[in-house]
Design a protein around this ligand. Sequence first.
Ligand code: ZN
Ligand code: ZN
Length: 411
Amino acid sequence: MPSKELLKEYAKLAVKLGTNPKKGQYLVITAPVEAHEFVELCVKEAYDHGAGFVSVDWTDRVITRMNYERVDTEILKEVPDWRIAKIKNAIEKGYCTLHIDSPDPELLEGIDPNKIKEVQMESMKATKPYQYYSMNNIGQWSIVAYPNKRWAKKVFPDLDEDEAYEKIWEAILYTSRVFEGKDVVKEWEEHNKEMHRHSKILNDYAFEKLHFKNSLGTDLIVHLVDGHIWCGGDEKTPDDQIFNPNIPTEEVFTMPDHRAIDGTVVSTKPLSYSGKLISRFTLTFKDGKVIKAQADDNQETLDQILATDEGSKSLGEVALISYDSPISNSGILFYDTLFDENASCHLALGACYPTTIVGGEKMTTEELYAKGGNDSMNHVDFMFGSKDMSVIGITKDGREIEVFKDGNFCI
Ligand code: ZN
Ligand code: ZN
């Protein structure tokens, strides 16, 4: 465990910079039970910061797995009315949210994939009407990680459990820019400045499409929607409340056109989805849709993602991250998207972020779709950056600009 001081800094990062509740605002925290000490610090930080009321939804990985093992699918997939009422109530109150994530990439290994699929489908369907609230940044939201020993052991298999746990704490704090004796607020201000600089350059070019290529076999052309916006670093709600959604974050990202993605992409880091791990996979796109998908293992999990709905076969996000970044330089494979996506260029199968197109927050799903913004119950990020990645940006008048050379930004 880190010192009490560092843990307090981490809570400050999660609440003050992460979610940043307004005076009197309602904050919902979801957290694993083992993080209770940290959660208490977060709640205190939130009240000190002016939050009106903090409500905590507790989760427990062991019980989640037990439920999959012991409870019938029919019962498990039921979405009770009170769960929806709770979401509606929080939206009426204009809530903000902090998700404390404790990854366990192989939590559901060995569980019938159909059971997982059925349960998750019902849950996604029931909550889809409320997805707009965070996807449009109407209320502030943020995600931070909290370690557990199973995850630690997966990341550092050669260390004993306690050592691995210490080590993963170090890695989380280091990549989140929480340093002993340094002010986390200042660290993040500087970091945000650098990400805004890259976004500005890319926005000024307003590329029509990006061409990705590397020696692994990726050769992919991704059209960007007209009026796309590159975002990165802190974001704003419609009433200008600033927040940092992903902690850590290194990415600048925008909206691909779901009608115009062509070629092949090879993943470069394992993808953890619903408790299963896919080591490596290749997707082939034609006219914006995946027409071929091949995984080295857990093929049925990849098929499950793609079969969720029509939008899961296309892309909602394209993100650029230099290969030479703190998370990537740490050399650690976290088996968790929150970290690994920040070590590598990535794409997301599924829904787009409406904030990545001019006026997107005010468009209906149909209007957005007509402009090329993808719609889906899913948003699954996968990593495909490599140290030899080349990215060429092609402008509307046909100019070719080198954006990435040998894995890194060169603009
Ligand atoms: Zn992203
Ligand atoms: Zn994403």
